[in-house]
Unconditional design. Structure first.
Length: 216
């Protein structure tokens, strides 16, 4: 009897040990699976955040590009002014002021029709209606200049009463908002222009004078 009881107890202990080992193994598996699930969930969440952030950045970039589009400049009686310089390098300076808080673009040269002329003043670079690719950006509250040389008797001609102003557009045949008319008598201006030509727009008066052959 003693031997049999001893064997029975040994068998019982062995079964208990196997049961405990299996339980521990199952617990370990469950724990490992739970960790994997948590990692997978965290990774998925991070991926979603990246997608959301990336989408927001792309949308912001598109909005930024739209806000950076530079509009065309347009003439008005207070944005375009004229002044006559005398002497051996006599010329009429045409000044445009960008009075807005945004940059704007100018193409080629201003189209000027003095005293209701049918055709605008000829251009030194190209002819009206033919786009030569000149384009400048005028900063907010900045200026642009063009020059009409009047350093000969024929170029100076006679005093003009008024001028109609158009700005060339991006295409060869287009013009921007206009025309507007400046009455020299009302502004008490004495502007004399004869058989002359006008330069393209320049970012500086000195640059326009050099282009017109009347700079130092």
């Amino acid at each position: 009897m003693t031997v049999r009881r001893s064997r029975s107890r040994s068998a019982a202990y062995a079964a208990l040990a196997l049961g405990l080992a299996g339980s521990l193994a199952l617990t370990g598996c469950n724990s490992h699976s739970s960790k994997k699930s948590k990692k997978s969930s965290t990774s998925s969440s991070k991926s979603k955040k990246r997608r959301i952030i990336g989408g927001s950045a792309a949308a912001a970039g598109t909005a930024g590009a739209a806000s950076r589009r530079v509009p065309d400049c347009y003439p008005s009686t207070y944005k375009v002014t004229f002044s006559q310089q005398t002497g051996p390098k006599s010329h009429v300076a045409v000044k445009f002021k960008n009075s807005t808080s945004r940059d704007c673009k100018l193409y080629n040269a201003p189209l000027l029709r003095f005293n209701n002329a049918k055709a605008p003043l000829p251009l030194q670079q190209g002819t009206p209606g033919h786009f030569d690719g000149t384009r400048i950006t005028v900063p907010a509250h900045g200026y642009a200049y063009a020059v009409i040389p009047t350093n000969t008797a024929a170029a100076k001609g006679t005093e003009q009463r008024s001028v109609a102003i158009d700005f060339m557009g991006i295409s060869a045949s287009s013009v921007t908002h206009g025309p507007v008319t400046v009455n020299f008598a009302e502004k008490r201006l004495h502007i004399s222009v004869g058989k002359s030509k006008i330069t393209n727009w320049s970012s500086s008066l000195h640059g326009a004078q050099l282009a017109g052959g009347v700079g130092n």
